[in-house]
Design a protein around this ligand. Sequence first.
Ligand SMILES: [Fe+2]
Length: 195
Amino acid sequence: MHSIAQLLSCFDPVTGNIAGVPATQRRLEDLRGCFADAAAYEAALAAGNPLLYRVASVEPAAGPGDLHYGVGCLMPGKIGAEYFLTKGHLHSWRQAAEIYIGLAGEGVMLLEDESSGESRMVPLRPHQAVYVPGHTAHRTINTGTMPLTYVGIYPAHAGHDYAAIARRNFRCAVIEQDGHPVMIERSELLKTLAS
Ligand SMILES: [Fe+2]
């Protein structure tokens, strides 16, 4: 039988910190290539290198049938018109699904079917759960004014494939337009920026 320490974790829904669990931190410099507006990215980086998000992962066991989960905290902000975002990933075990549950703040998840490229922007807020099917790239985006925290629960064998996203990014981007988040084709956004 697992110990109580393995069975129970206590997290802060505002900061996303889990007592006794170190968090992986990602700063602006770690997200090079993720934002469409390269000039705005370089300008923001020249002005500082802020923390964008951290994720604390709980991995009690890694056998068949086991589950892992992580608590993420993504800061509010934008690069150009594009909201702060996570790198995003596919699961190495492609059929692995995941459930995200909003804890605090206001955001969306960008989901992209790996084979068709079809994209969905799904709200992620407190009291809302998002089902991320297998074979779906997923990225979290903070569209609010306070830190966005959430839990993600996934099969222990899912694994994280960041390389596929690093090569081609997501097909769509989420930008602020008239005060609201809007999903647009990244190619269209790049055209607008070039004109
Ligand atoms: Fe995931």
